[in-house]
Design a protein around this ligand. Sequence first.
Ligand code: 5AD
Ligand code: SF4
Length: 457
Amino acid sequence: MNKYDSEKMAGMLRKYNYSLTPDLNSADVVLLNTCSIREKAEQKVFSKLGRIKKYKVKNPNLVIGVGGCVGQISSKAILKRAPYVDLVFGTLNIHRLPSLLETASKGNAAVSEIFSEAEQYLEDYPISRKSGIQAWVSIMHGCNNYCSYCVVPYTRGREISRKCNDILNEIKVLSQHGYKEVTLLGQNVNSYGKGTEEGITFPGLLEKINEIPGIERIRFVTSHPKDFSKELIRVIKNFDKVCEQIHLPAQSGSNKILSLMNRKYSLKDYMEKINTLKSSISGVALSTDIIVGFPGETKQDFQATIDLITKIEFDSIFLFNFSPRPETVAAKLPGQVNEKIKQKRFNTLLDLQKGITLKLNKRLEGKNVDILVEGKSKTNLDKLTGRTRTNKIVNFTVRAGTAAKLKLNTSADGDEIFQKEIGSEVSNAGKGYLTGKIVPVKIVRSGLYSLDGQVIN
Ligand code: 5AD
Ligand code: SF4
């Protein structure tokens, strides 16, 4: 979501004749887009600001801006701790950025603008996307769930769904520009459409996107298990472009902890949904988020999470040590777990999952998979890279001779593509020999983080 917001900021400023520079020495404006989901992310903002300060000493006209979630909830703290900051803006003010920057660059006093609620979903953001093949598309923002550990409802406001036609039009334009894959974004995509006049549900939206010519793959994040419906499973199964890759955050395997987290589902509910997914969608890849060391987590609660991970065998998990966040209920709960225990439990789960991921990846050796080609592999320029429908990264070789051509035709790395995108705003998909194409690849070797393969035929 934050990366997507950065693409919006870049797009917005490009419209006002700004361009991106990789060199801080030549920058007129430096913007930090910030995350406050865990304390560490928030601390990073202040250490980064400390480093950026020296550029302001060299160039007093430099405008330093801080946006995103930390800006939203800690604007006063930012201006107090880093008085050289010229502008603080929130998650709902991105559309105001050009005008705020103008004010900040003219005046001496710092500018701070934070909207607490959005009346409606704001349209017509120009977006400078990093990739010319895969695009993030926001379908809603905000969250009404108030999981007891989570700061998001405070940083991104109430849930608002975007109009179905606006989403479809954006994706149609993306398709015309050569994009092949969209990832629909929302804090809880399964509640898309609730309370809107249109009354289109998330599965209904997926069906409509599935009809858009040129788009080959549809993904979405994030799903809340309590709203993950049978109807959604039916759509994933029956609509060919919707990828069989599901991220379903469990957070914990203990009913006691789930209840303290205010997650509104039990372990049994979660397991039932996973079992239905596994039995109805062949080859489905599952991933999850787990919080380790939530207040009150005993050895038994932790064991329940180990059992959940062992039983389900996720393709991957995102592990987080519990981090108390301001305003959240969990920050004040008794039984806060000591950091050493948290880290020990974290490492236990990490090791467990590494074994599972490798085992599942190894099962793909010798199998043929369809890869959407993204460009050259960053780690080995003689190889191409792309992803399976299940979102696994595959680096692969093509026939001798073809590789040489590809070398000439594709960009060297993501950053370069980013610069290009910002410069042209037109997608570069299709410019490369195979970039943007779906090719069949045989997996020859599986690692933990990526697979190696060879194009078939
Ligand atoms: N501490 C640790 N992890 C958190 N997450 C959200 N809030 C916190 C917190 N306070 C994790 C959850 C969520 C993911 C995006 O971040 O697992 O699903
Ligand atoms: Fe946070 Fe829960 Fe909303 Fe996800 S669903 S953003 S974890 S409050």
